[in-house]
Design a protein around this ligand. Sequence first.
Ligand SMILES: NC(=O)c1ccc[n+]([C@@H]2O[C@H](COP(=O)([O-])OP(=O)(O)OC[C@H]3O[C@@H](n4cnc5c(N)ncnc54)[C@H](O)[C@@H]3O)[C@@H](O)[C@H]2O)c1
Ligand SMILES: O=C(O)[C@@H]1CCCCN1
Length: 324
Amino acid sequence: MASNCSLPFVYISGEEVRRLVGMAELIEEMARGLRWVSERDEGGVVQPVRTVVRVDKYCGNLGLMPAYSSKSDSLGAKLVTFYPHQIEGVPSHQAIVIVLDPRTGTLQAIVDGVEITNMRTAAASACAARALLQQAPRVLCIVGSGVQARSHAEALRIHHSFSEVRIWGRSAASAQRCADEVRAKVSLSLPDALRDADVVVAVTLATEPLIRGEWLKTGAVVISVGACHSDWRELDDDVMLNSLVTVDSCDAAMKESGDIIQSGAEIFAEIGEVISGAKPLPSLSDCGKKFLMFKSLGMAIEDVLSGTLIYHRFMERQTSRQPT
Ligand SMILES: NC(=O)c1ccc[n+]([C@@H]2O[C@H](COP(=O)([O-])OP(=O)(O)OC[C@H]3O[C@@H](n4cnc5c(N)ncnc54)[C@H](O)[C@@H]3O)[C@@H](O)[C@H]2O)c1
Ligand SMILES: O=C(O)[C@@H]1CCCCN1
């Protein structure tokens, strides 16, 4: 059992997470989770809205995210810290995911949560893009150049072949590094980056509206991943009020999404309801909207399903390596 064979549980590092699970299969795992969440009791997911402990002295936050899925028999939790005022060399988001045996409550694994968070968030966004896009997209614009920008560039290309991927970042140097890594083009101006984009991914730590409706193409699909505090914004009212809004969880959105709460935008559906077909998408002209949006806040079940899948893979590999 790796280097910690004397422990009754295993530790799975970020590198191992990457080796054990691929983005394509995680997209399908997230699609199941999003659907189950929106099926309410029938879906068998138990997860309270995240508890956030504010660490005001250091402008930090600690999120506690437990969940259980009866359909996949997965139990666990993520502990995640997010410190928006980044210190050079320290990741703004750090996390661990614990996997528990649902039959006994016994700890089975501690899994690096940074890699899970990066991958599962982008995988959930890719599910949403697949469900919301009405036709094949051409241009992807990623606003932000941190770790989520990178994982979203990977995940969104799995089901769509974009002819152009643009990155905009506050710092041109960091945007260039990100663009080089993900084979994209840097845009130095945000309106230029957004012009005619079919899919816009917002992955910043902005706390004030950054993206304006006037810069977006009618019909654009906007995936908003940042602004996860009731008083933080990433999008202006024009974007919000002209969007057909879907969310990962209505309960979380009404508690945590500054863009939804402060703009007063109505939620059309949870993305799980769109994925399952329970809420078919109306045409934009029928509903008088210009854009389609997925507001992602991140749910514990995404971490617990990912952590459990990774744990099972890890154990299978250990077993197959045992001498017979
Ligand atoms: N919805 C989810 O499930 C989920 C999961 C993880 C992270 N997030 C959120 O996604 C966002 C990106 O996370 P990350 O892990 O990539 O962080 P990161 O620290 O790696 O990158 C953050 C990026 O935002 C930029 N930025 C910071 N302040 C800005 C501002 N005022 N205007 C424009 N850009 C600004 C930084 O330059 C950097 O490019 C964060 O808001 C984070 O909380 C959401
Ligand atoms: O779901 C998550 O993992 C993140 C944690 C930080 C805030 C936004 N959501």
